[in-house]
Design a protein around this ligand. Structure first.
Ligand SMILES: COc1ccc(Cn2ccc3ccc(-c4cc(N)[nH]n4)cc32)cc1
Length: 243
């Protein structure tokens, strides 16, 4: 089964990285059916205008609802989930990536300027389209394209057959364990006077697993205590609580 993702933007070249590496391979394999569209293809004037001045005044420009409406009417399908990157959206996180990876059609509308006329989201919600406004976090970007790159990559890597070893999807940060990733090491065993922890060279799998969980717990407590708070207490055993 493949997921169709349509991305609409006035900067289609911004999405060029999605032709590379794992996402590019997923597209070649037919696992991900990704289409990037230039929003200006739905304009009707000779200047291919997509924006205008904001009602109520203020700096900057706003993207026109009529242009977006013409484009989305053509691209949306009955089972589509419309994603609207915005600074004021719900922060995108791994649970949402998993939910989106289970969908059949995602449409990402990349705004620019001061954003997209609010009636676009309102209209499609009223028409029964699932609409999600997504933020990447509490910082300000110039448009939705970076968010589209993030969402497409985060979703694509969860699709069956995209990541070589599905095991690597289980233990990752913000993954099932709800903890941050433990530190990883590879050859050489000593580098600039720094040694790899002995336990990792011991071949003792139970000890290695314990060390990794302890490190994940320590890192999470130090860097993201909020994640530790959010953990289901049942997910921590007595040994964990000693860390
Ligand atoms: C303060 O109000 C602003 C309104 C729009 C903009 C520029 N802009 C236009 C479309 C668009 C889509 C997403 C984002 C974004 C998402 C996150 N996490 N940061 N920034 C920014 C976007 C800047 C600021």
């Amino acid at each position: 089964m493949s997921v169709r993702i349509d991305v609409l933007t006035i900067f289609p070249d911004y999405l060029a990285p999605l032709g590379l590496s794992l996402v590019g391979k997923a597209r070649e394999a037919g696992i991900l059916d990704l289409h990037v569209h230039d929003l200006r293809n739905w304009t009707t004037d000779r200047h291919r205008t997509v924006d205008d001045t904001p009602f109520g005044g203020g700096a900057g420009m706003v993207m026109r609802a009529d242009v977006w409406g013409t484009a989305l009417d053509e691209i949306l399908t009955p089972d589509a989930h419309l994603l609207l990157p915005t600074p004021s959206g719900q922060v995108f996180a791994q649970p949402t990536a998993h939910a989106l990876a289970a969908e059949t059609h995602l449409v990402v509308a990349c705004g620019r300027y001061e954003g997209i006329d609010a009636r676009v989201a309102e209209h499609y919600r009223a028409a029964g389209v699932r609409v999600s406004e997504l933020s990447l976090g509490d910082y300000v970007l110039n448009g939705g394209e970076v968010a589209a790159l993030v969402v497409v990559e985060a979703v694509a890597r969860l699709l069956p057959g995209v990541v070589g070893n599905p095991e690597s999807l289980v233990e990752e940060s913000h993954g099932e364990a709800g903890l941050l990733e433990y530190p990883v090491f590879t050859k050489p065993p000593t580098w600039r006077g720094l040694d790899v922890p002995d336990v990792l060279l011991s071949g003792h799998h139970a000890r290695i697993a314990r060390w990794r969980r302890d490190e994940a717990l320590r890192r999470t407590a130090a860097r993201r205590p909020d994640m530790l708070e959010a953990l289901d207490p049942a997910a921590l055993d007595a040994r964990d609580r000693e860390v």
